[in-house]
Design a protein around this ligand. Sequence first.
Ligand code: LLP
Length: 482
Amino acid sequence: MVSTHPTGVQHSGSQYLPQRHDTKANPSPNQELLPLTAKVHNHDSLEIGGCDVTTLVEQFGSPLYILDEETLRSGCQQYRDSFKQYYKGESQVLYASKAWNCLAVCAIAASEGLGIDVASGGELYTALQAGVNPEKIYLHNNNKSREELIFATEVGCTIVVDNWHELRTLLEIVESANSPSVHPRFLLRLTPGIECHTHEYIRTGQLDSKFGFDPNELEELFTFVSKQSFLNCVGLHAHIGSQIFERQPHRDLAALMVKWLRDAAKYGLKLTELNVGGGLGIKYIESDDPPSIEEWVKPICEVIQEACAAENLPLPKLLCEPGRSLIATACVTAYTIGSSKVIPEIRTYIAIDGGMSDNPRPITYQSVYRAVVANKMSSPLTETVTIAGKHCESGDILIHNALLPKTEPGDILVVMGTGAYNYSMASNYNRLPRPAAVVVANGEANLILQRETYEDLIRQDRLPERLKGASSFGRFIIYGKM
Ligand code: LLP
């Protein structure tokens, strides 16, 4: 089956190139399929960040996460500049690093002036090692351990307190520190009761959610917090979910949060920060139509400004914490095509050298992706195939019914939009070493995550003395580094 456009033009992988090359000067990355620097060169080859993708795979191995620095920076700048343009008060964009937390990504986001939202002690540690100023780090999650709370307090980042247990633990930490200088700075996370249309696993704003204080207990909560002179409550937080295309839920959230701010003031709490969370969706397939970054930021600013004026409240410092819309489109994953299986009249499977371990989203959320063949960008799309991962699991399918040119073993398959929640949710299922990642810019590629080796896989294994030599083979064959 040859795919043709209504105009009679044959489709090829080039159709996914960013709009920058025709109409838009500064496209919103989340509305594109390929990174902003993607081009076809030598007629048939995909280039990202000035680097030939097939050559990158030869250099760094396969599978390979390829992160386009310009796309990530452009997203950071668009968020930052939209707040400057539409919000009269102070603002701070935080990168929700759960989407992809590693040294290089945190460092790039921070160098664009963004703060970092971290969801655990491990993410906090990484952000600090990347050189991020702790005053611009916000710690999340719904069950922070005492150690995580102490760590955050000691380094001086802001804690987003999720529940009563945490609030009391924080108070105990302050009391036991017995030091007048320990005043943890925190926001209270509230559940807004706003529903949005996204996968149920990534919805968080509805009342039946594990996250945040129930808004029905605001009175008790504000009374309690207002009496704690050692705790430095500076604001409120809410997050309604992820991969959201609708515009109304965030407007409703902004209006509701200003009401909460007004209510807090009645208890003598002078709160100066509002954090509206993240959630802006991205285009994974042609029919996805998310708002641009600017279209997402503008109404939130307008609603908060209008509501504050109506309530006669000073403008709070406005924060948001996008993850996916900053990083997803900036990255592609390159795989090498291997075996295939043709089941006549039913399906053709094409297998790649990765799968659910480097991208668990299709098997977890039935997420859909598009792919191109990096060394056949101008070839007509003539085959409908199923892209299978290499794991021992029938459900390990990355893409159903992918439209591709005719492929052969050794071709480089590039799956688009893999920057968010791929590496960060990657596993070693079947003891596959996790892939390497490179950042590309101006024709240069730098390693940001080294490929795991077989040695890495057993680094934390321990073989008790009594089991040594217990196998009938009784000796160990030591292979060199993979
Ligand atoms: N803030 C909080 C408190 C969050 O929980 C999240 C995402 C974000 C910000 C960033 O949301 P974003 O802008 O990325 O939509 N693993 C799932 C997504 C889980 C989202 C978790 N929280 C996936 O692969 O789709």
